[in-house]
Design a protein around this ligand. Sequence first.
Ligand SMILES: Cc1cc2nc3c(=O)[nH]c(=O)nc-3n(C[C@H](O)[C@H](O)[C@H](O)COP(=O)(O)OP(=O)(O)OC[C@H]3O[C@@H](n4cnc5c(N)ncnc54)[C@H](O)[C@@H]3O)c2cc1C
Length: 353
Amino acid sequence: MKKVDYIIVGQGIAGTCMALKLLKEKKSFFVIDNHFHKASAIAAGIYNPVVLKRFSIVWNAAKQIERLREVFTDFEQLLNKKYIYNFPVYRIFNDEQEKKTWLKKATTHPDLIDYLSTDTQQLNDFLSIKEPIGSGEVLNTGRIDLTNLLQDFKNYLDENNLFLDEKFDFDLLKITGDSTNYKDIEAERIIFSEGYNILNNPYFKNLPIIGVKGEVLKVKTNAVLPEAVVKGKEFLMPLEDGNYFVGATYDRDNVNYDNTTEAKDYLVNGVKQFLNDEVEVIEQKASIRPTVIDRRPIIGEHPTIKQLICLNGMGTRGTMLAPVMVDKLYNFLEHNLPIDKEADIARFYNRFN
Ligand SMILES: Cc1cc2nc3c(=O)[nH]c(=O)nc-3n(C[C@H](O)[C@H](O)[C@H](O)COP(=O)(O)OP(=O)(O)OC[C@H]3O[C@@H](n4cnc5c(N)ncnc54)[C@H](O)[C@@H]3O)c2cc1C
């Protein structure tokens, strides 16, 4: 029997950040993942403190961005590769009223002053971009290359015999006193970071996780574009291979992993609204975001089986949320510190009866 402090089920961005934390804290663990659809691997990985629909600040944005930079720098050092790409996000205005609102918030709103630029003509030199009313630049933004990071980290875990490439089988889980047994592993606790698939977890399936399907494209274009995310109806983002990422759809009604022609056309048309050049689609992907009824993550322990832990509900913003949520969860588990009530699983304990 192998004895460890933790088993982590699910190596998306949540489980990956948790594993890094355990490595740093010198805790023993195994990660289990069967590479069943991983939302994190197809995500753009954009981090952006501003909600671009309403020009409002994201919950706890400053703290999340600060921690994100530290944690992904740690990954860069551990794996000796670049994953952080700092570049701006430009939001093309739809009308004069939007521009007016932006400028007002950029100059008077205490939470937004640091993040909204007042220069609204920065894309003027890019003739491929149609922006008759201008665009606003969000500062302190960028992208984490999650696709490569997750694969490289999986390889690292493999090399160190910390990874089990399999589906976690609940029939083989035995809860014993204050510990757990899974196959030949005895673990003090099991952290479930299964993304949307948590709805198939018999212990946590009643949590109010709402799947939001997202489809994205990789496209080729000859347009001369800035090293930035350009967001009109949809967004275009440069990739390391010279191609561009186009995203993303939000579908709550058809929650599956299939690519659809409708989404492809929708995304291409969304880009054409602000791009004069043609785009050629070279790849399409789909996955499901684990969102929560009240738009906050869900972390903490099962109400009656304290060895079973939930790390989920990263929703549409796993890149920014995961590093901070992992810290909170770790401090709760190892130092008995309380979890912020907005993110605490306890707010849903009434669903476990
Ligand atoms: C199209 C799209 C674009 C997005 N863009 C962004 C973005 O730009 N910025 C941003 O911050 N967020 C973005 N997101 C949201 C982000 O992807 C999610 O918040 C995040 O991926 C959730 O991470 P997770 O680790 O909880 O789940 P996942 O990444 O889904 O990982 C869960 C893992 O658990 C494994 N698993 C599940 N059940 C089992 C089991 N029984 N046994 C073994 N393994 C199991 C799965 O194989 C998977 O690897 C986007 C999402 C989508 C779909």
